[in-house]
Ligand binder design. Sequence first.
Ligand code: ADP
Length: 479
Amino acid sequence: MKQNFIGGRWVDGANAVPNINPSDLNDVIDLYAHADVAQAREAVAAASAASAEWAASTPQQRFDVLDRVGTELLARSQELGDLLAREEGKTLPEAMGEVTRAGQIFKFFAGEALRLRGDLLPSVRPGISVEVTREPLGVVTLITPWNFPIAIPAWKIAPALAFGNSVVFKPAELVPGCAWALAEILSRSGLPAGAFNLVMGPGAELGGALIEDRRVHGVSFTGSQTTGRRIAQACTAHGIKFQLEMGGKNPLIVLDDADLAVAVNCAVQGAFFSTGQRCTATSRIIVTDGIHDRFVQALTQRMAQLRVGDARTAGVDLGPVVDERQLAIDLGYIASAQSEGATLAFGGQHRERDENGQAGFFLTPALFTDTHPDMRINSEEVFGPVATVQRARHYDEALALANNTPFGLSSGLCTTSLRHATHFKRHAQAGMVMVNTPTAGADYHVPFGGRKASSMGAREQGAYANEFYTTVKTAYTAA
Ligand code: ADP
């Protein structure tokens, strides 16, 4: 059984919950301790008690801790990638790539700890100088989703610690394995006891204790819109700084002048890789009339070649859906699209077993054509390997369709026209814009985040991460 990590000690929880492999329902990875509310409060208390010591650490100490964690993640990418693929269902190459990414993120923020800077200015008044510095927030609660079980924890934990904050980390219930492995590495990294705490268990039960507490100064959350809104209300009521990354309904426009192979590649990778379980996944493909039929034909041909199966089998392109609940959601949207009159051009079949007869949550990638903007399938986030095609007469209409969503995370365009690419980068209503590259697949050294209902608060990742994880102080000195 794997325990929680609170105040520098490994502790049992209220109960132990099995972690099941979605590619093989007979495979129980391990039992994971779920904390109770009292333990969640203890974790906040431990983080609060450690706060002054870690806030006073030198940039070199912070660099050393984060660099050590990054080095170990990179060295263990194969083993941890296997665990990630086993518990979440991403294919092995994708999972190993994600662990490597987590290692790179720790290395990047190790460097950021050394690079934190301030300003020294003369005052507008004589004889006075002004210093503008950044200080840690204090205690931060980090709540993460299941779809990137190690990269998202990394991109919250690494900057939180780099800038001197103490951390209470609550991973998603479905993926305690990677969270525990990361916590175990952090437990040996040289942090003072209590500076990092792992609390596993259901967010709905533990959320109150982890957020609504005077000792918590910041909450960074990635997950659903419903939970995000609830967290925003709780944080506002308690005067806590927050940062939310929620869903997307990301468009990919394919114009008549696009390179067909590039467009098909962007669509397949963006919509279906990682089983479409990415907040930056392409879900609405908007195609102009002149290329529509050729594009749909080439895309469905490519989809027919994708192999769905056990995430850890070599040659598999798409692993399973993460669990039974998400599978029911995906199938519900597939049924609703059909009843709304969309044409199922390819896939969408649930298979209870893979090619070796192993029981799992397998779903062939689904593509709908003849869809309209007012259909549910084009307005609500699915979070599965399901994409739609909408027709547009020209670029302007395609852009209007792309922006016609409450979300604004990532927006893509395939074109060979510099004019359209330039216009799109300026007018796409999204935090991230991708030209001739998939909507999913962001770098770690630049800001990540969206607009509209997709995000609230400061951007994550890159040098911008310090906006959330620090607070600014302006100091005046009369000499
Ligand atoms: P999903 O539908 O993808 O599971 P959620 O938003 O429910 O998305 O979950 C994302 C994270 O938020 C998970 O770690 C989950 O445990 C946590 N969570 C869920 N409900 C709450 C809540 N009321 N307060 C705090 N965290 C929550």
